[in-house]
Design a protein. Structure first.
Length: 95
């Protein structure tokens, strides 16, 4: 069974985290999604799938698409507090 992980804008180590997760793929069945509010090909190209987040209010976009794409893990870094109002919606969807 494939596990989908979503790394949203917010962690300064997003690129390093993506490289580490890609290194785990030979041992784990992972699908890695990344998103960013800026055009960051050096980051987003490291994901299996990537999205450009809207610059204004990206949280609803990330939540909706994480659910739509079956993410089981959503990493939001320092912006985690902005996702708290969506916690129940994410939990209900299995994220």
């Amino acid at each position: 069974m494939k596990t989908t992980l979503w790394l949203a804008t917010a962690q300064s180590s997003q690129r390093d985290m993506l490289l580490s997760l890609q290194a785990l793929k030979p041992d784990y069945n992972l699908h890695i999604i990344a998103s960013h509010t800026h055009d960051r090909p050096e980051i987003l190209s490291l994901a299996d799938e990537s999205f450009q987040e809207p610059r204004d209010n990206p949280v609803p976009f990330v939540v909706e698409n994480a659910i739509k794409h079956g993410a089981k893990v959503l990493l939001t870094g320092r912006n985690g507090i902005e996702y708290e109002p969506y916690r129940k919606q994410l939990e209900k969807a299995g994220v």
